[in-house]
Design a protein around this ligand. Structure first.
Ligand SMILES: O=C(O)CCC(=O)C(=O)O
Length: 326
């Protein structure tokens, strides 16, 4: 999918774009079902609301048994980090149109995955926001980078993507973002120098007239938001408590930033069964994003291919065989 000149100009100016129709309903609907059942202890959203809506106290004591980290994926969240083991969710990264957009924004064909995560909030249980509307503004760079934001945000920042499996409306707690702030961090840094890769603003009102006013990140199912890791944003409460708001996020960086783009999250390591299963079944394009040499690379000798076959049972090595140099 080729971005238009206008989309590229918006990216450069705002540090965020929402691209519609990147994912078809055939890809999104099964992913949403998996995300809901993962979030609600096997229930759909409708079943969860019917069961727990009438008993808020019991709901609170039930979901509070789940750790904060698990709750990133919903009140009863289980799988959180990529590869989640949820088949339709993990497969979202195989959409080549989606990867092509990340490549264009990072201005290189060699992109790498820093991290992937389900992020899910819902009205009955949500408290993942600040008390006042001027609080909570921050950048997310520290999730994958210990280096402070650099003035050249396109070269050294990374891209956080959010794949929307359902519509996000104004009353469903859309994220609030300050467009253009990725390019204005010097003003904040002068007053509130961040720690390592991170930066937070105690009171957004201090930057009135300097940073753009926050705008809500509403979106349609199947669209994807791409934002700079330097973009200032915050969470807001649900206006309508009968809403859920979820996405699958993948964070991409340039391969030549890979040395310092390491996630702080406890991801399933490359030797974990779910990682190995995913890698065995995915596409060469995704393996490349995970750091495998591209098909055609000198790595893929017949001997190396035989070893890969043993290491990743069931893997289709045809794309590597066809182009391997003997
Ligand atoms: O939930 C939101 O809208 C914002 C979340 C957030 O600030 C973050 O993920 O860093």
């Amino acid at each position: 999918m080729q971005l238009t000149t206008e989309q590229l100009a918006t990216w450069k100016r705002d540090g965020i774009i929402v691209v519609p129709n990147v994912f078809s309903p055939e890809m999104i609907v099964p992913a949403l079902e998996e995300i809901e059942r993962n979030a609600y202890d096997g229930l759909t959203y409708a079943e969860y609301q019917a069961k727990w809506g009438p008993q808020p106290d019991a709901l609170k004591s039930a979901y509070e048994k789940n750790s904060d980290m698990q709750r990133l994926a919903g009140p009863f969240g289980k799988a959180v980090h990529f590869p989640t083991g949820l088949e339709a969710v993990d497969k979202l990264i195989e959409n080549e149109a989606y990867l092509a957009i990340a490549q264009q924004l990072l201005d290189t064909e060699e992109i790498r995955l820093g991290y992937g995560q389900i992020f899910f909030r819902e009205g009955l249980t949500d408290s993942r926001h600040s008390e006042h509307p001027w609080q909570g503004y921050h950048i997310d760079n520290a999730t994958n980078s210990p280096l402070p934001p650099h003035p050249d945000w396109q070269r050294y920042g990374y891209v956080l993507t959010a794949i929307f499996p359902h519509d996000i409306e104004l009353d469903g707690a859309p994220m609030l973002v300050c467009p253009g702030s990725q390019n204005q961090l010097d003003k904040i840094w002068a007053r509130y120098p961040g720690r390592a890769g991170g930066m937070g603003i105690p009171d957004l009102r201090e930057f009135k007239g300097e940073l753009a006013d926050p705008v809500p990140l509403t979106a349609k199912a199947g669209s994807v938001s791409f934002r700079s890791s330097y973009l200032v944003h915050a969470a807001q409460p649900f206006e309508n408590k009968s809403r859920q708001r979820g996405w699958m996020g993948f964070h991409f960086h340039r391969a030549d930033n890979d040395d310092w783009c390491k996630t702080t999250r406890p991801v399933p390591g490359w030797g974990s069964p779910q990682y190995m299963k995913f890698v065995a079944q995915t596409t060469p394009a995704v393996r490349r994003v995970l750091g495998w040499p591209t098909p055609g690379d000198a790595y893929y000798t017949p001997e190396a291919l035989a070893r890969l076959e043993q290491a990743y049972p069931g893997i289709d090595l045809e794309p590597y065989r066809k182009t391997s140099k003997t």
